[in-house]
Design a protein around this ligand. Structure first.
Ligand code: G3P
Length: 379
């Protein structure tokens, strides 16, 4: 009798668990056909070069992005910010103190946000020397006085160009005898034929409409007569595909604006543990549903553990939930092989400062070492 009661109890428990799992999954939305089509533009196991690299060269500079292209990364990743004169530039922090010498150039304005400076002012800064001080093991004289990049500069690097130099300094684009703040480009003589895509992060300021217009003008907007970019056999060819440009943001408002101004371009909602208020499972589910509702195809979640020690937002139950919606997962930020080993089976791509390690992990090791590539590129 006692055994029968125990069996009935477990039977009820199992049915109960199945029902609760069904209910949980019932409230997970799934991608629309339109979003699935855009999702399928993207390949699997993509290696996204976070800020170009923060390890081998000063982040988001020409050295970092040229290295990432030549090592064979699938994407050059950058953070977008707007200058006072409405130029989109590549910069992570809200101000310029960490990654430039602004404190010795604009002494009374150094803590101001980037939007307080014109492109010309920003181009007067040295965005490389700080790295030599903070990373003496990777320091190079040639990193000194590297410039802040524009979005256009990064797209040109992906296309196999670099900034033209005259007597070792960037050649200025002049209009009616006045420097625009832009530089001139030329074919990069040390380009090795890889044509990566570009994966750009928007912040809180709303420049999504301007971004759409700029992408269109530069031939990178896949929904509006994109340019043909020449590619080469056995090289990265994403720059000439429908997945050439991916948008990402931590900010729901920006995701909504991106969907309005740049529809049918792959989008990633980034997740950050301190933003996850309330019971984690409920919040996570609501966040995932928000992404689906707004035609987001990718979740960019943080991973736990050394060396960054972010909150765990890529646990198995989370990745299962994301995949159930039809979305793919590109977590951040992978700096070690241990991290790749721990997570790789349930991911579709990785943001990494060590594209060299990630490519090797996925069986696509570069034939040249990172040091050789930097040397070839003149650093
Ligand atoms: O861009 C993906 C992820 O790296 C976000 O982190 O701090 O570089 O914007 P962050």
């Amino acid at each position: 009798m006692k055994n029968s009661i125990v069996i009935v109890f477990f039977f009820i428990l199992i049915i109960g668990c199945q029902e609760s799992k069904k209910n949980e999954m019932k409230s997970i939305n799934t991608l629309s056909k339109r979003a699935i089509k855009v999702r399928d533009y993207m390949k699997k196991d993509m290696v996204i070069a976070h800020r170009g690299t923060t390890y081998w060269a000063p982040e988001e500079t020409e050295a970092a992005f040229r290295w990432a292209r030549n090592i064979g990364a699938d994407y050059l990743e950058l953070d977008l910010q707007m200058t006072k004169d409405n130029v989109l530039i590549a910069l992570h922090d809200d101000d310029l103190r960490r990654t430039t010498n602004i404190s010795s150039i604009f002494t009374d304005r150094d803590s101001l946000p980037t939007a307080n400076f014109t492109l010309k002012e920003l181009r007067s800064l040295d965005a490389g020397s700080w790295f030599n001080i903070s990373r003496p093991d990777q320091a190079k004289k040639s990193f000194e006085n590297l410039k802040i990049m524009t979005l256009q500069d990064v797209l040109m690097i992906a296309e196999g160009y670099h900034i033209k130099k005259e007597s070792g300094v960037p050649a200025k684009e002049m209009v009616s005898g006045i420097w625009t703040g832009q530089y001139l480009y030329e074919k990069d003589p040390n380009d090795n034929g890889n044509r990566p895509g570009v994966y750009a992060e928007t912040k809180t300021e709303h420049f999504e409409k301007i971004l759409a217009e700029e992408l269109k003008e530069l031939g990178w907007l896949i929904t509006s007569n994109p340019k043909k970019i020449e590619t080469f056999p056995n090289k990265v060819t994403i720059a000439n595909s429908e997945a050439r440009f991916i948008l990402q943001s931590f900010y729901p408002e920006s995701i909504v604006e991106l969907e309005k101004h740049v529809p049918n371009v792959p989008k990633c909602l980034l997740l950050w543990k301190p933003d996850m208020k309330g019971e984690l499972k409920t919040t996570y589910q609501e966040t995932v549903n928000f992404a689906v509702k707004n035609n987001v195809q990718i979740i960019g979640s943080s991973i736990a553990g050394e060396p960054n020690n972010y909150g765990e937002l890529t646990a198995p139950w989370m990745t299962e939930m994301i995949h159930k919606t039809g979305m793919v997962i590109h977590p951040y930020t992978f700096d070690t092989v241990d991290q790749l080993n721990k997570y790789h089976k349930r991911l579709d791509g990785v943001f990494t400062n060590r594209a060299d390690l990630a490519l090797e992990f996925y069986g696509r090791k570069s034939s040249s070492s990172s040091e050789e590539i930097l040397k070839d590129l003149g650093y």
